[in-house]
Design a protein around this ligand. Structure first.
Ligand SMILES: Cc1ncc(COP(=O)(O)O)c(C=O)c1O
Length: 384
């Protein structure tokens, strides 16, 4: 059999590697704290479980769910968008349910014709699924360099005018995994103006937008007049519902959404009805992400103080639950990994997100408060 050439071990999903390393060290008997995966350990929004229980109570038969999401779910998402971003979206034609955002991110490239050499563009440090989707579908993928100097966002001014016509999908992830960088309103406006001029789609992966510590980060939803974006949302981080697998696609562009609705039935990604009922409860409440954010703020402070005391140079930290940092004494991410592993803290090297992450490391702090205190304690013991 001739397999997809992208399926070689050099393309192993980079984030699993470090998660597996943590498990291996634990199996060897070490008291490991796994800080590699953004999977909240604190309580799920309780009303979501109550809605799930209620939904399951009288069921005796099970049938296929609507792939698009039931009317009441799509309406709850439309209402959420209106309350939080003052955008009016038609729940019937401009919103679609997804099984979390990862599958939606992965499948999106199937929307387009790639036969004329068009490309997927993404920041050189990115959630790995943008690249693995391009790789598995054999679509040219362009990494746009980012660095501390560019606020870890692609510098739109450095892209040659004659190159823009090649772009078909432009991934922007704000707040950004792994760095927590936030794209300003002016940045997104500029990107949308380019999208309009060169006719590409801005794919806004916004699963961290509701976990923030200052002002609500600008969302692509704040640009209702543009037809050139698709917003990808998820309950995973916002409502601590990673295990439920529920998210949404939103866009004012009804032609685009029509294509999405034509594509998705074949994918087998209808969200089970009872999960949709839990999701409705979560979208209907705006308070719990604020409460969760307050809790993360306290946790970040504990860890940040410990890192500062050891001379780490921390970037950002105004949103998401990731800390991204370097240290003047260490040039490579691997060296940073090693000093943390000595304390049985497993983090993710910056290079797992792309070569421009060299010299940085990412720490997740969606742990319990006790664990964060233990992490700070172990940071104090780092051999620096
Ligand atoms: C940037 C980004 N996008 C999408 C996802 C997928 O999350 P989910 O499928 O749980 O919504 C993640 C998960 O960590 C992520 O970091």
């Amino acid at each position: 059999m001739k397999y997809n050439s992208y399926l070689s071990s050099k393309n192993e999903y980079s984030l699993s590697k470090y998660h597996n390393l943590a498990n291996k060290l634990r199996d060897e008997g070490h008291q490991v704290i796994n800080l590699t995966i953004g999977d909240p350990v604190e309580r799920t929004y309780p009303e979501a479980y109550l809605a799930l229980e209620e939904s399951l109570k009288n069921r005796r038969i099970s049938q296929y769910p609507s792939f698009k999401g039931k009317v009441s779910l799509r309406q709850s998402i439309a209402d959420w968008a209106k309350r939080n971003h003052d955008i009016v979206l038609d729940s019937n034609t401009q919103i679609c349910s997804t099984n979390g955002s990862k599958e939606a991110v992965f499948h999106l490239a199937l929307l387009f014709d790639w036969s004329e050499g068009q490309e997927i563009w993404a920041p050189s440090l990115s959630y790995p699924v943008y690249a693995s989707s391009a790789g598995l579908f054999d679509i040219p993928y362009r990494e746009l360099p980012v660095s501390r100097e560019t606020n870890f966002l692609p510098d739109l001014d450095t892209i040659a005018e004659e190159d823009w016509h090649k772009c078909q999908m432009f991934w922007i992830n704000s707040p950004h995994n792994p760095t927590s960088a936030i794209a300003s309103k002016a940045y997104l406006a500029k990107l949308l103006a380019l999208a309009e001029k060169h006719d590409f789609l801005v794919c806004a992966d916004e699963c961290y937008n509701d976990i923030f510590y200052g002002e609500l980060p600008t969302s692509i939803l704040d640009f209702p007049e543009s037809q050139h974006w698709l917003c990808i949302r998820s309950l995973s981080k916002r409502s601590h519902m990673t295990g439920f697998r529920s998210g949404a696609l939103l866009s004012p562009n009804t032609e685009l959404m029509k294509k999405i609705l034509l594509m998705r039935p074949a994918l087998g990604v209808g969200t089970p009805d009872f999960i949709q009922d839990a999701a409705i409860a979560a979208w209907e409440d705006d308070q719990h992400p604020k409460v969760f954010s307050e809790e993360y703020k306290v946790k970040q402070k504990i860890i940040r103080e410990a890192l500062n005391a050891k001379g780490f140079d921390i970037f950002g930290g105004d949103a998401s639950f990731y800390l991204w940092f370097s240290h003047p004494k260490f040039n490579t991410s691997e060296e940073l990994m090693q000093i943390f592993i000595e304390q049985h803290l497993v983090l993710t090297p910056g290079t797992a997100f792309g070569q421009d992450g060299e010299g940085f490391i990412r720490m997740v702090y969606c742990s319990t408060l006790d664990q964060c205190e233990e992490i700070a304690h172990r940071i104090n013991s780092l051999n620096i």
